[in-house]
Design a protein around this ligand. Structure first.
Ligand SMILES: Cc1ncc(COP(=O)(O)O)c(C=O)c1O
Length: 410
């Protein structure tokens, strides 16, 4: 039976079509991201992740095109997050060495000479899994230590993958936002460097570097579409935890295309929908969600908006969606079992939710369909979904895709 009424949405009450050059997205301007791209593409094993085209599905739903960026292929790490971690860590190191980022290649970064000049460093972070794995990977490449804290209920498989990268990682009894605070205290007590993928008052530089790293994905996508002779997307779905990912892509789109940018939809799990709630309350302040935030979308189970991301999303995002777990599960299944002729994309819970929401929007007489109408989706629309992770918890992936189960149903 089709699931209905499993998403709520609202148009952004503070939406602005115009983009000012010195606005909150300025640090994500394509000219800035080109330099980040140079570093990322100098990394060993770099290839742009695939941009998958799903023409049969687009035809079935009466849309012009559906593109899915498949981040499961990012450096063999099964998620996009390393893009941010490596750019932030590289900047921290350049700052310490007193050299400019533009003069640094990845090979120099991981050289023995750099290691000797730096001495021992300790990187500290909190994570649901993917960011921590990226930081652990970056620290190992540099011959440095990483300590990683995970929230209560984190997947044992995701913990194991971080430990395999050589980090000291543990699952705490805290939710994500408290684990972030714990990481800060730990770093202070142990002379560590916090590399956190969210910004707060007084901690904005490292998260900005992280977001610039994420924007490389959109730079790749623009290049890939151009190479294929295709037009840019008209609608982009962006899933949000703290909103660094969504803010980075939204910021890049705003800086690149200004008022002619695609319309964006920010998607969150209903248990951790801080952006949706912030938009609903609409008092000009960010609002947090607290508690355990039980959702299968582990990467999105964050209750406190990133300040930098929020400043971008509150102005430039068109609509906010808060949705239940079954939509993420449906998105995973649609991508795993495509229509004849379309390729398979292995997409995890936090990666597939955009597809689940799109599916709901294509279903008649639903709340979702009303959003599709509000966004004027039609046969001319070109949809972009960024599948930000693969099967980062393979056991759960199989339970959801093969058995049709998800934990809140068991
Ligand atoms: C797979 C995946 N997608 C999306 C996100 C959301 O990113 P952000 O927390 O920056 O909103 C995360 C965050 O960990 C993630 O792991």
């Amino acid at each position: 039976m089709p699931l209905t009424n499993s998403m709520e949405w609202m148009m952004n009450p503070r939406f602005e079509q115009q983009v000012s050059e010195d606005g909150p997205a300025a640090f994500l301007h394509p000219e800035r991201i080109e330099a980040v791209n140079r570093l990322v593409s100098s990394m060993e094993g770099y290839v742009p992740t695939p941009l998958v085209n799903l023409p049969a599905l687009a035809g079935f739903w009466g849309l012009g095109a559906i593109y899915v960026k498949d981040e499961s292929k990012r450096f063999g790490l099964n998620a996009f997050k390393v893009l941010g971690g490596i750019h932030a860590v590289a900047n921290v190191i350049c700052r310490r060495l007193g050299v400019g980022m533009n003069d640094m290649t990845f090979q120099q970064l991981i050289s023995e000479e750099t290691r000797e000049k730096l001495g021992d460093l300790l990187f500290v972070t909190a994570t649901d899994g993917n960011h921590g794995r990226g930081i652990a990977w970056a620290a190992r490449q540099l011959g440095q230590r990483a300590v990683v804290f995970m929230p209560k209920g984190s997947s044992a498989r995701r913990l194991e993958m971080i430990q395999r990268e050589g980090a000291e990682a543990s699952i705490t009894e805290m939710n994500y936002d408290d684990a972030v605070r714990h990481a800060r205290e730990y770093a202070q007590a142990h002379d560590g460097i916090v590399v956190q993928d969210t910004a707060w008052e007084g901690y904005e530089e490292i998260p900005a570097w992280i977001m610039q790293g994420y924007a490389v994905m959109m730079e790749e996508i623009s290049g890939q579409l151009k190479e294929l002779g295709k037009l840019p997307p008209t609608h982009v779905f962006l899933q949000a935890g703290v909103g660094s990912f969504a803010g980075a892509i939204q910021g890049y789109l705003a800086a690149k295309w200004g008022e002619h940018r695609p319309q964006t939809v920010v998607v969150e799990p209903d248990q951790a929908d801080c952006y949706f709630r912030t938009a609903s309350i609409d008092d000009g302040m960010p609002h947090a969600v607290t508690g355990d935030m039980a959702t299968i979308m582990a990467g999105l189970a964050c209750g406190e908006p990133n300040l930098l991301g929020w400043k971008i999303l509150r102005k430039y995002t068109r609509a906010f969606v808060s949705c239940a777990d079954p939509l993420a599960a449906r998105g995973m299944r649609i991508l795993a079992a495509p229509m004849a002729g379309d390729p398979v994309v292995v997409s995890g819970e936090s990666g597939a939710v955009g597809m689940g929401v799109l599916a709901e929007m294509m279903q008649q007489n639903t709340n979702g369909e009303r959003l599709a109408k509000a966004l004027q989706m039609n046969a001319e629309s070109r949809i972009l979904i960024i599948s930000t992770e693969g099967d980062t918890d393979p056991d759960q992936y199989r339970r959801i895709v093969w058995e049709g189960a998800y934990p809140s149903q068991e």
